[in-house]
Design a protein around this ligand. Structure first.
Ligand code: ATP
Ligand code: MG
Length: 179
């Protein structure tokens, strides 16, 4: 059986993707599945399965987002033992990133989604089903210029691996550009 889940995310540029991929490769947390480089992303809001009418509502919420572009500095890695996820993250969450996740969550309420109750913890999953790895600080941090956000889907079909696809992109625009 095939199922599709949607989520809002930041998708890295080719350069940032390559830097994250190199970081994942260098980290080698014992066993585990490394994300395909093209699948590396930072989830903003997870939606799950979506109906056709919800889809239109979701697009409208994204159309109305007004958040400036921002810079993310990915400077450490860590491990969540329960989820067995090895990830990379910024120490500092830019206020624009907080706003982006918050405004999406707020708007999605009107599309019939339960707002996320837990605090937003921005991270890029590098390995799944990882064994314990010590958190590290990056010798050279990864500078990620976030100029857009995307709506993406993950497709699950039986035993084959999850596949991700970017469905739509929205530019983050400076206030001054919009008059
Ligand atoms: P799989 O579930 O097949 O192991 P996956 O977790 O990558 O793969 P999804 O579950 O569809 O695929 O998740 C898509 C993205 O949303 C991933 O980045 C995932 O970490 C994130 N995500 C999934 N569930 C939640 C949730 N409840 N809250 C926040 N983020 C989530
Ligand atoms: Mg999942």
């Amino acid at each position: 059986m095939v199922s599709q889940r949607l989520f809002f995310a930041l998708w890295p540029s080719t350069r940032v993707r390559d830097e994250l991929s190199a970081l994942a490769q260098a980290s080698a947390p014992g066993e585990g599945h490394r994300h395909n480089p093209d699948d590396l992303h930072m989830t903003l809001v997870f939606l799950g399965q979506v109906t056709a009418s919800q889809f239109q509502c979701i697009e409208k919420v994204a159309d109305n987002i007004q958040v400036d572009p921002f810079e993310l500095t990915i400077n450490h890695t860590g491990f969540w033992p329960r989820q067995k996820i090895f990830w990379a993250a910024p120490d500092h969450t830019p206020v624009q990133l907080e706003r982006l996740a918050e405004h999406l969550n707020d708007g999605l309420r009107d599309c019939g989604f339960e707002p996320e109750q837990r605090a937003y913890k921005p991270h890029v999953t590098l390995y799944r089903k990882a064994r314990h790895v010590s958190p590290t600080r990056l010798a050279t941090s990864i500078s990620w210029q976030a100029r857009e956000f995307v709506l993406a889907s993950s497709t699950h079909s039986g035993s084959s691996a999850t596949r991700y696809q970017v469905l739509r992109r929205w530019a983050l625009e400076n206030d001054s550009n919009t008059g």
